[in-house]
Design a protein around this ligand. Structure first.
Ligand code: LHQ
Length: 256
């Protein structure tokens, strides 16, 4: 049996691929634990950008509904399997790109939304999933979608079960780019390369700042900006960025 989650490196980019194509990469216990291991590997300081994608025509269709029958307590399943991976993506100190190659449904949609940037193949579709089987969003779906779309649109999407095409997802602001299927892999490689050559510490601090800003007052945000800016100015990349500017050349960031 092939690994349910694959990892591969290209330079300082780590690609994590959910790999149950026959089930459109539905999340069973083996995918959860494989994803956990892959996100731990992503903490390697040599990794400066992470791509999350799926094999075949699915990105991820959420909970494996065959396995759900063996789940005695949904709260335990969510806390034990879903929450650690969602939180690992949010606290990972580098950019995580969701390369949405195909259908994203239910907790698979939440997983894409937990990432920092979403790029969709023109073949991708976005399926709320949950309400189709009488459930509420989970795996952070309510949190992320409310922030990405605003409450009225997030509610309409998740309570109606309406499916979005990749183009609609772009118009709604759910993804930042749609790429023709034939060019998708190359474009993801290009974007991941750009992110991995950027000032990684500055990106990590920006990620933290925006996550905090969601629930902070202006005063708290100003305070945190000052703290994180002090940290950013102590990085090698800040020194390099300023030197490159003054010397009128392109910066060569090291991620430190
Ligand atoms: C699947 C799945 C799937 C297993 C397709 N499971 N096999 C819930 C409860 C508990 C704990 C925590 O969290 C959650 C959160 C959730 O994620 S709830 C939402 C779960 N997801 C869904 O409800 C989506 C269910 N899938 C679909 O509606 C369709 O498959 C979509 C619209 C995603 C794709 O449709 P098609 O393109 O027509 O593909 P298909 O339906 O033919 O699926 C292909 C295969 O994948 C098929 O297997 P088979 O052996 O029959 O060929 C499906 O059974 C399997 N598959 N989703 N979630």
């Amino acid at each position: 049996m092939s690994d349910p989650v694959l990892t591969s490196r290209a330079g300082s980019v780590l690609t994590i691929t959910l790999n149950r194509p026959d089930k459109l990469n539905a999340l069973d216990a083996s995918v959860h634990s494989g994803l956990r291991a892959a996100l731990t590997e992503a903490e390697d300081p040599e990794v400066r950008a992470v791509v999350l994608t799926g094999t075949g025509r699915g990105f991820c269709v959420g909970q494996d509904l065959n396995e759900f029958a063996d789940t005695p307590d949904i709260r335990d399943a969510l806390r034990g399997r879903y929450h650690p991976n969602i939180l690992a993506i949010r606290t990972l100190e580098k950019p995580v790109l969701a390369a949405v190659n195909g259908v994203a449904a239910g907790a698979g949609l939440s997983l894409a939304c937990a990432c920092d940037v979403r790029i969709a193949s023109a073949d991708a579709t976005f399926v709320p999933g949950f309400i189709g089987i009488g459930l509420v969003p989970d795996a952070g779906g309510a949190y992320f979608l409310e922030r990405l779309l605003g409450a009225p649109r997030a509610f309409e999407l998740m309570a109606s079960g309406r499916r979005l095409t990749a183009q609609e997802a772009l118009e709604w602001g759910l993804v930042s780019e749609v790429v023709e299927a034939e060019r998708f892999e190359a474009r993801i490689g290009e974007l991941a390369g750009l992110w991995s050559a950027a000032p990684t510490r500055g990106i990590a601090l920006t990620k933290r700042l925006f996550d905090e800003a969601e629930r902070s007052t202006l005063q708290e945000t100003l305070q945190l900006e000052a703290e994180l800016q002090a940290e950013a100015t102590s990085t090698a990349d800040f020194a390099e960025g300023v030197a490159a500017f003054l010397e009128k050349r392109s910066p060569n960031f090291s991620g430190r």
